[in-house]
Design a protein around this ligand. Structure first.
Ligand SMILES: Cc1ncc(COP(=O)(O)O)c(C=O)c1O
Length: 480
């Protein structure tokens, strides 16, 4: 680093220390807290009592609510918009089926997810993602009346043509583009400058009907990224269209739900710098006021208005009838799952241990991010300080540094709401079994849909191995 660089770095550090963290505001996720205590408490306590803890509880009404709100936000007279649920956010059968019943289509990214969508009866499926296998493509072609394949490369275009040719079927396709805003996401799809050649090569593939383009941005808390990308895309599409014209533009997912996630002050850029400089501790200080920093997220209606305006201005000006496709995952699924835990041990007023570990989340996320933890047995609208840990043999297994609780006592049932996306998909086979899943149907009925992971579920090889003696006495008594 030269002298100039050092000066610039010092100025930048000063700004960071003084300005705080833009896009975050100090506060609490009180809407979420009130919703759980007032509307969900009784059914969650019943679920814990009937099915035990730890437990994932899926709220069907919240899935329907999110689906309705998202669909309404993107509806306008004269515009055809199609909402596809990104299965990767949460491919539980109950989640995808509830969304299908709410009129949502499917966005799948593997052969496994494709099979789930087709078996679940989805009528419209987009199949995206890199490195699709020949078997995946063949299955897509066999279901070509329902599936559109988003192609990731020239090679995939050619493979799809060969497979569709062999099966004497045609299939609709889109092509994924990585636009400037994508940065590291350029692993996906093609750069825009490749579009003219792609359109030309697709025209030589009689069984592949190229109809649209797809892009995806992650973690969008307003509409600016989509609007900028659509503005970049407009001229490109105008001058490079397949013979039948563009029929859809798929803007992907990345829509962030409002008010369900926050960050601890010591984990913001400003906070990290303070820790690095030795000005703060990496964790809650003794005088921490319990406040956390909430991400400022625009309502989906505001984001949708920006997307639709940019779409009309840059892509579908003059009523060409291009459809707007969307692939929300997190937005639809996140509010719909609550994790239930039980206090297993209280070591001191500052340290409680629960019966479930953060292997249920998949990584040490709650060291970074704040999600309100609520004591359903002894509720309180304000936070009680004290660390709540999980049951894993690692100190990183933290559920929270505060709990909305009068007190914490052994046997209390705790709830961690808004865990519906990228949680069950990322859960780890680490030390403890994976918890069961219960659905709370819209009519209030509770039903267990997935059992707690069993010994046989985790160690299937012990039941089919060639030499049962190798696994000791237990194997001899277990079923073959
Ligand atoms: C192509 C594509 N579509 C949709 C999504 C879903 O994103 P999100 O869950 O943020 O809405 C992803 C996520 O990575 C994606 O890659």
């Amino acid at each position: 680093m030269n002298g100039g660089d050092t000066t610039a770095a010092v100025i930048r550090m000063q700004q960071l220390l003084l300005d705080g963290s833009p896009g975050l505001h100090e506060g609490e996720l009180l809407g979420l807290v009130a919703d759980v205590f007032t509307r969900r408490r009784a059914s969650l306590l019943e679920a814990a009592q009937r099915f035990g803890t730890p437990l994932y509880v899926v709220h069907a009404d919240l899935l329907q609510q999110q689906a309705n709100r998202f669909t309404a936000a993107f509806s306008r007279p004269g515009l055809t918009s199609r909402v596809h649920y990104a299965f990767k956010a949460n491919p539980s059968a109950v989640v995808v089926n509830t969304l299908r019943q709410a009129g949502i289509a499917a966005d799948v990214s593997s052969g496994l997810e494709l099979e789930l969508a087709l078996r679940s009866g989805f009528e419209r499926v987009v199949f995206s993602g890199p490195a699709k296998t020949d078997i995946d493509l063949e299955n897509a072609v066999l279901a070509a009346d329902r599936v559109t394949v988003h192609l990731d490369s020239f090679a995939e275009l050619e493979r799809l043509q060969v497979i569709a040719g062999r099966l004497s079927r045609s299939i609709r396709a889109g092509v994924r583009l990585s636009l400037a805003a994508h940065g590291a996401w350029t692993k996906f799809g093609l750069p825009p400058m490749a579009l003219p050649e792609f359109v030309q090569r697709a025209s030589a593939c009689p069984q592949v009907d190229l109809q649209g383009v797809q892009f995806h941005l992650s973690w969008q808390r307003d509409g600016d990224g989509y609007a900028r990308t659509l503005a970049d895309l407009g001229p490109l599409l105008r001058f490079n269209a397949p013979a039948g014209g563009w029929r859809f533009v798929d803007v992907g997912g990345g829509f962030y739900p409002e008010d369900d996630e926050a960050v601890y002050p010591w984990r913001t850029p400003q906070g990290r710098l303070q820790v690095l400089l030795g000005l703060a501790v990496d964790g809650p200080a003794v005088d921490w006021n319990g406040r956390y920093l909430v991400h400022t997220v625009q309502p989906i209606e505001t984001i949708a208005a920006a997307v639709i305006e940019a779409f009309g201005q840059h892509v579908d000006a003059g009523d060409r009838g291009v459809e707007l496709w969307l692939e929300p995952g997190r937005y639809l699924a996140n509010p719909s799952v609550t994790i239930l835990l039980q206090v297993a041990d209280v070591k001191s007023p500052e340290v409680a241990i629960t019966d479930g570990g953060t292997n249920l989340l998949g990584w040490e996320r709650l060291e970074e991010e704040h999600v309100p933890l609520l004591n359903l047995t002894r509720p309180a609208s304000s936070q009680r300080h004290g660390r709540v840990y999980g049951s894993l043999c690692t100190p990183h297994d933290v559920w929270g540094y505060t709990c909305y609780a009068e007190d914490l006592q052994v046997g209390d049932i705790l709830a961690l709401p808004a865990q519906g996306s990228y949680v069950q998909t990322l859960q780890q086979a680490f030390i403890k079994p994976i918890a069961a899943t219960v659905v709370e149907h819209a009519d209030g009925r509770l039903q267990r849909v997935v059992e707690e992971e069993s010994f046989t579920g985790r160690y299937p090889e012990l039941f089919s191995g060639p030499d049962p003696q190798l696994v000791g006495t237990e194997a001899a008594t277990l079923p073959a």
